[in-house]
Design a binder for this molecule. Structure first.
Ligand code: TRP
Length: 446
């Protein structure tokens, strides 16, 4: 089975060189590896926690989407979407909120840091802290668990959030899974090869330190004028420089081959002027970023095209999130009333059973009642037509559950039609028939 890799970027600013080298570039490389299914998204609900300027949020979503694409993300290969286009994410966030211990959230670094700051300033501990900030890790857990991600590549500052996502997912599995896991527990992926870039002043490049080098903003000129502002020591041209301790060298290395980096280092040690070193760095950066910048400008000029790409991405993503959400609603008891409700407590004797197929019912956008048959891995095997009467849908489901599919299926030109009392229930590709037969047979033995 493929490894599902998922990561998100909060859309509250303009992407800088550090975002590119630390997140975007390695993620795009990873998405091209065989055996990887990549899910990359824009965490725009998270952005609302940090930023209440609508203009800035809107602009940042556009810029970050365009950056991903200009940097080479292929939307055919990657499931690329906006968090806010997936309504199942906030829905899951609520379900998770209801099983998350408040004490767990009290321990979150970001929240604790905000409290500490208030205390230092002799303000009330929770001054200015929203529920959004407090619950940030739950929303992030929803992002990850919604798509059953195996690996989540992030920076070190996010490790705790991943641990919390595992905690929450595990608790939910325990409470509602009835012996089978509703969620995959994600693993954090910290790549030491991936560069954490220093900013102009040598501290980690970050918007909060105001030390960033813009990626595309300001064009080639913006890039070079930022590079010229990189802090160096006061050694004069001709004096040997200590490359290892120079941010300039760290930046250079992140964009060059090992060979060129060694050459650059040697030149510094032999006394290359800082000014010349900066020029070399500019040339190097420009070679990688120049062509992307052009593509970026084209994209930014046609936001409608990016919108189309993201809408298509949302459709792709919801193919996973919708069926899982139906399962989850079923699991927590938010079920259609027309399906018989067992009297009393939880059904028994189901623990540790093997993974099985299952029917889940839901109401579609037109208000019709439909159901899906999901395979043991939660994948959709069959989608029913819409029924006006929920009871009819319920009866058909129990009929299919208890009998051989062949009693109701006819096949014509590679398409199987399932009919009950002459009413069309569903049509699907005949190639799916064996899998469906087996899934239903498995349920019959219950
Ligand atoms: N919190 C992450 C950050 O600030 C962004 C993010 C939101 C994220 N949801 C996610 C990252 C899910 C990985 C997976 O960098």
């Amino acid at each position: 089975m493929n490894t599902r890799v998922l990561t998100g970027i909060t859309t509250s600013g303009t992407p800088h060189l550090g975002n590119y080298a630390g997140a975007i570039r390695p993620s795009i490389q990873a998405s091209r590896l065989p055996g990887v299914d990549a899910f990359y998204f824009m965490a725009d609900y998270h952005a609302l926690i940090k930023c209440d300027d609508p203009q800035r949020i809107a602009r940042s979503r556009l810029e970050i989407a365009a950056t991903w694409i200009a940097a080479g993300l292929d939307p055919e290969v990657v499931t690329f979407y906006r968090q806010s286009d997936i309504p199942e994410i906030p829905e899951l966030c609520w379900m998770l909120t209801c099983v998350t211990a408040k004490g767990l959230m009290n321990r979150a670094h970001a929240y604790k840091a905000a409290v500490d700051q208030n205390v230092t300033r002799q303000q009330e501990a929770d001054d200015g802290i929203t529920m959004g900030l407090f619950s940030y890790p739950v929303l992030m857990a929803a992002d990850i668990l919604m798509f059953n991600a195996n690996k989540v590549p992030v920076g070190r500052d996010q490790i705790q959030h991943l641990e919390m996502a595992r905690d929450i997912g595990q608790r939910f599995n325990h409470l509602y899974g009835q012996g089978e896991d509703l969620f995959v527990l994600p693993e954090v992926q910290i790549d030491d090869e991936v560069a954490t870039l220093p900013g102009l002043d040598g501290r980690k490049m970050s918007k909060s330190y105001d030390n960033t080098i813009p990626l595309f903003e300001g064009g080639a000129k913006g890039l070079s004028s930022a590079v010229m502002r990189i802090v160096t020591d006061s050694r004069q041209p001709g004096e040997p420089k200590d490359a290892q301790s120079s941010h300039l060298y760290t930046l250079y290395r992140a964009f060059s081959t090992a060979q060129d980096a060694a050459q650059f280092r040697k030149s510094l040690e032999e006394g290359m002027a800082w000014g010349d070193a900066k020029k070399q760095l500019c040339t190097l950066l420009e070679a990688e970023l120049g062509p992307m910048r052009e593509h970026y400008a084209e994209l930014i000029a046609r936001p409608d095209r990016i919108e189309d790409i993201l809408q298509a991405g949302a459709v792709k993503a919801r193919r996973f999130s919708q069926p899982l959400m139906e399962r989850l609603r079923e699991a927590v008891g938010l079920r259609s009333l027309s399906v018989a409700v067992p009297d009393g407590a939880k059904p028994t004797g189901k623990k540790n059973k093997e993974k099985q197929a299952r029917f889940v019912s839901f109401r579609d956008e037109a208000g019709k009642f439909r159901f899906r048959l999901l395979g043991p891995e939660g994948q959709e095997l069959l989608l029913s037509e819409g029924f006006a009467d929920p009871k009819a849908a319920g009866q058909i489901m129990s009929l299919l559950k208890s009998q051989s599919l062949d009693n109701y299926a006819t096949q014509e030109q590679g398409v199987v039609s399932v009919r009950v009392d002459q009413v069309l229930v569903s049509q699907f590709d005949a190639a799916l028939l064996p899998e469906l037969r087996e899934a239903i047979a498995g349920m019959n033995q219950e």
